[in-house]
Design a protein around this ligand. Sequence first.
Ligand SMILES: Cc1cc2nc3c(=O)[nH]c(=O)nc-3n(C[C@H](O)[C@H](O)[C@H](O)COP(=O)(O)O)c2cc1C
Length: 479
Amino acid sequence: MASLTIRKLDEHVKTYLRLRSAKNRRSVEEEVRVILRELIEGREEPLTPFAAPPAPSSAPTLQRTGAAPEASVTLIIGGGIAAYKSLDLIRRLKERRVEVRCVLTKAAQQFVTPLAVSALSHERVYTDLFDPQSEFDAGHIRLARDCDLIVVAPATADLMAKIANGHADDLASAILLATNRKVLLAPAMNPLMWNNAATRRNVTQLQRDGLVLIGPNSGEMAEAGEAGVGRMSEAIEIANAAERLLRPPVPKPLAGKRVLITAGPTHEPIDPVRYIANRSSGKQGFAIAAAAQAAGAEVILVSGPVDLDDPQGVTVKHVESARQMLEQVQAALPADIAIFAAAVADWRVANEGEQKLKKTSAGMPPLQLVENPDILATISKLTDKRPPLVIGFAAETEHLIDNAKSKLARKGCDWIVANDVSPATGVMGGDRNTVHLISRKNGEIAVDSWPVMTKEQVAIELVAHIAKSATDKSREPAS
Ligand SMILES: Cc1cc2nc3c(=O)[nH]c(=O)nc-3n(C[C@H](O)[C@H](O)[C@H](O)COP(=O)(O)O)c2cc1C
């Protein structure tokens, strides 16, 4: 059975659902169920509960940024003085593109009103375990599971005692007992309550059970003249802790590595206005630079003339000709890994005109070509500053694998990424690539053929192979 994620619906559909559910005092999910049931039973309400569905531009957006939420949190607000801070917490979470559905305990409603919470969260607020409107299909189970994280703020001494002991006699405790999501607690209480032996036992038990605590901080209490540990963490601290749980940091397998990459074509001048070039777009090299940077590497990208934005967090050196590219590559050494993805012109014009060449009756001026420096071979054959892993690219239009194998031997690099660039493949300038990774394995040449992928996916795959080989301390790619 397919499942429907409401936050992925079109913005105007979400707006419509939100308005209709608010009007009917139902949650958005309940409203969708009601609409579906009515459709099936042939009792469809008119699809315009208001005069007209609001235009997307004028619609109240879930985020101040207008961006779609990326995660959802069930926020349980307990009955403590610090409950007022949970109003700010709702705002802070929404700023981080988190959808927030709130549950208020009976005691919490003495400190903040459901109306204020619902106005800030733009969602219906839940207060009652035995609410027929949300419990006709076990709404507390949905609140427990249709979210990515549960945050309890303030987590009162009473709520923590209930969770530690598995109570479920109100909506908040029933959700916390029924959830299979991570739970973040932000305790807030008087220092004597916090230090009480019962609370200490409960905190130990909750941590053993895998719940995560943020705070409490120390400072002045609401009670006049009292201070100590027990103040709830600030909303921003709780939002940051929630974000860390929602979006755990991605692994950085190339942290501490310096990666040098070349990309794009080179332009070899004929005269001040004309040049010889090729069709390389630089997309593959740029994608590798971005993937290596995302994997934690320090990346230096030496790029020929391309029509691409510099990847974020990457040092980019822009060059025109093969000789300039070699100069920048040499200046960027030492490096742990060098990836030569640029389509460097093999030849340049020996007799480059100092002035624009003119048409004359003598006919076309003869262009003498001389060989450009071979950047891949030059770096592969260095004795002192040779990077431990040197990877070349072979763009071929025929005999792809054979040519790539002989290039590997000729150039002295460790791996070759071979790709077929004949016009029919659309690789040159296109967004997809079919590559073969050629390497040496136990004295033999190994060929690992990858399926057709986007250039970003090829980059991620290549970086994963590099990371694996770096961990293995071997120059051979993983198969
Ligand atoms: C003015 C006032 C402030 C309170 N502040 C707190 C507090 O900060 N932390 C706490 O654990 N309990 C506090 N309590 C006690 C709780 O409100 C009480 O234990 C209640 O049963 C908690 O219910 P709940 O855990 O279901 O929200 C306070 C009570 C009052 C009257």
